[in-house]
Design a protein around this ligand. Structure first.
Ligand SMILES: *Cc1c(COP(=O)(O)O)cnc(C)c1O
Length: 399
């Protein structure tokens, strides 16, 4: 590591609260690669944790941001801004839900908005407020979304947490049924769990949750913060199932790298948030919205939904080859370009070995290596990363 990296890292460690523990200082990115301040390049199979779905510095995204920044950086929600209005319209269209969108700035805020909307609707529909969420799910770091995230590592030390949540097991419909009572207003889940281990919902589970919501007059809320915006081969991961949620949330990749979150509703819930019932100063920021419109344009014009499925399947096959080869690798799972490699041991050790070879990947939980490469990843981009994975596994597990 050069002096340059070291200096910044030391300053970081002395001045930035240690909620993360990074060791690489990045300077720039292009397509599926990033470069650190020392000039070392890496394949980025994290997309900045599911954000850079169209790759780094896509021409159209950069242009949209530059043009909008030169015209107007911020426009309060007391006035209409065109990019956010067009983006709302586009999100309603590609979701096919027929409702409306609310904009905010992050995934946690989008989920917070979903929970608030569900409570507002529930208060007028039987005085109900409780939201059932899934163990191993992840919904964000605000107090309410931490309460919605049924995992000890996320909740420890933050008591008292907001009340109004009940927990069930993912892919276990009976356990969801058991968690529902006369105070329940909604069931909230990811269609593919990200942080919890890259676990897709089964078909029966998604359909069962929908049927249960219909039967008990509950709202089905799907958190698409990580799996959305094309990652799993459909615009939103719930579209890979034959169900429609009442509400879903979106963030990470939505703003093309700028902070943006959204809550999208069906027609029934489109006007539950009335004037001043909820708000966000920066929500629908015109620059972020312009970037979001460019992201959707790129996904459409470059056929990235199809690409995510095609290249995702190729990467999955290659990973399955390693699972067959190494006893320490247990399984590969996921959808499209959201893939998890289950390790019998510490996933972080494998991720560190990948990094030493020049490939950035993520963990999900303790024992899953998570891959979230840009959806622009071409078949021809796979060769080097797969060689790096091969060498890293060889170093870690030997032959
Ligand atoms: C990342 C994530 C969140 C939180 O998003 P932030 O933008 O970090 O607040 C919520 N839900 C899921 C599924 C996520 O992956």
């Amino acid at each position: 590591m050069s002096k340059k990296s070291q200096e910044i890292l030391e300053l970081y460690k002395s001045k930035v609260m240690p909620t993360y523990s990074p060791s690489v200082v990045l300077a720039s990115g292009k397509g599926v690669t990033v470069r650190d301040v020392d000039g070392m390049t890496y394949y980025d199979f994290t997309s900045g944790i599911g954000v850079n779905n169209v790759g780094y510095c896509h021409k159209k995204v950069v242009q949209a941001v530059q043009d909008q920044a030169a015209a107007m950086l911020h426009c309060s929600n007391l006035y209409v801004n065109t990019p956010a209005t067009l983006l709302a319209s586009k999100l309603v269209e590609i979701s096919g839900l027929g409702g409306k969108a609310f904009f905010c700035n992050s995934g946690a805020e989008a989920n917070e908005a979903a929970i608030k909307l569900a409570r507002k609707w529930g208060s007028a529909n039987g005085g109900r407020y409780e939201v059932v969420t899934m163990r191993q799910g992840f919904h964000g770091r605000t107090l309410a979304t931490v309460a919605a995230t049924a995992q000890a590592w996320c909740q420890e030390g933050y008591d008292p947490l907001p009340v109004g949540f009940a927990y069930a097991d993912y892919n276990d419909l009976e356990s969801v049924k058991a968690a529902v009572n006369d105070k329940t207003v909604a069931i909230m889940l990811e269609a593919v769990q990200g942080e919890g281990g890259v676990t897709p919902a089964t078909d029966e589970f998604m359909k069962g949750v929908r049927a249960l919501c219909d039967e008990k007059n509950l709202l089905m809320i799907v958190d698409e913060v990580q799996a959305g915006m094309g990652r799993t081969g459909t615009w939103f991961a719930w579209q890979g199932y034959d169900v429609k949620p009442d509400l879903f949330t979106c963030a990470k990749a939505l703003g093309g790298g700028l902070p943006m979150g959204a809550l999208i509703s069906n027609a029934k819930l489109a006007d539950v948030f009335t004037a001043s019932a909820h708000a966000s100063t920066f929500g629908g920021n015109p620059v972020a919205a312009a970037a979001g419109l460019a992201v959707i344009d790129v996904i459409e014009s470059e056929k990235l939904l199809e690409n995510a499925t095609k290249v995702g399947n190729l990467l999955k096959e290659a990973l399955q080859g390693f699972v067959d080869q190494y006893d320490q690798l247990l399984a590969v799972r996921g959808k499209g370009l959201m893939l998890g490699l289950v390790v019998d041991g510490d996933a972080k050790e494998v991720v560190d070995a990948f990094k030493a070879q020049g490939l950035l990947a993520l963990t999900a939980g303790k024992n899953v290596v998570r891959f979230l490469p840009p959806l622009t990843l071409a078949e021809s981009d796979l060769e080097d990363p797969i060689d790096m994975i091969s060498d890293a596994l060889d170093c870690t597990f030997g032959k």
